[in-house]
Design a protein around this ligand. Structure first.
Ligand SMILES: [Zn+2]
Length: 197
């Protein structure tokens, strides 16, 4: 990877051998491996021992989870807050594991819609709750830095399953609790979170 990054620097018109860039290929490789580390992380290993049987069915909410991801169209960051809620049927997930789940799927090349769905689908798959909701609010540097569609560089996506999809009151209670003021784009709409040109 480091040789490719040296070539990339040269293609950009830089001199990869100048002092300030000498260790850049090594640093970039290290950073990219960290930022895409989600590919090598096993969900079951992370959740191992953190699923608990309960006999209540009140809404569990983990909000304002910071996340950082890379858009697959430009390899540029998009980042923001993730809010997760679910209503347990028989099982809950240890609270500290929710941000870990968000990390696993964020640290890959992503589009925001798919990232949102993957987190919701994984929670549904692992604990079969009565419902699960995930809302992600993010700024996309591929849009704001390039000066295109500035009004859309902030993007909100959601995935609502089970009770959050079927019951408007449940959904509203969740949205009220995370105090979302922006309009939500649902994953059902076929729009990409960033323009791909
Ligand atoms: Zn992009």
């Amino acid at each position: 990877m480091q040789e490719l990054i040296r070539q990339l620097l040269a293609e950009l018109g830089e001199d990869p051998s100048r002092e300030g860039l000498l260790n850049t290929p090594k640093r970039v490789e290290k950073a990219l491996r960290f930022l895409t580390g989600g590919y090598n992380t096993d969900v079951d290993e992370v959740l191992n021992g953190a699923l608990f049987t309960v006999d209540y069915s009140e809404m569990v909410i983990v909000k304002d989870v910071d996340f950082y991801s890379l858009c697959e169209h430009h390899l540029l960051p998009f980042f923001g807050k993730c809010h997760v809620a679910y209503i347990p049927r028989t099982k809950v997930i240890g609270l500290s594991k929710i941000p870990r789940l968000v990390d696993i799927f964020s640290r890959r090349l992503q589009i925001q819609e798919r990232l949102t769905s993957q987190i919701a689908d994984t929670i549904r798959e692992k604990i079969n709750p009565l419902g699960v909701a995930v809302v992600m609010e993010a700024t996309h540097l591929c849009m704001s830095m390039r000066g295109v569609e500035k009004q859309n560089s902030f993007c909100v996506t959601s995935s609502m399953l089970g009770a959050f999809r079927d019951n408007a009151r449940t959904r509203m209670e969740f949205l009220e609790l995370i105090k979302l003021r922006t309009a939500i784009r649902t994953t059902a709409e076929p729009m990409a979170a960033c323009v791909d040109d």
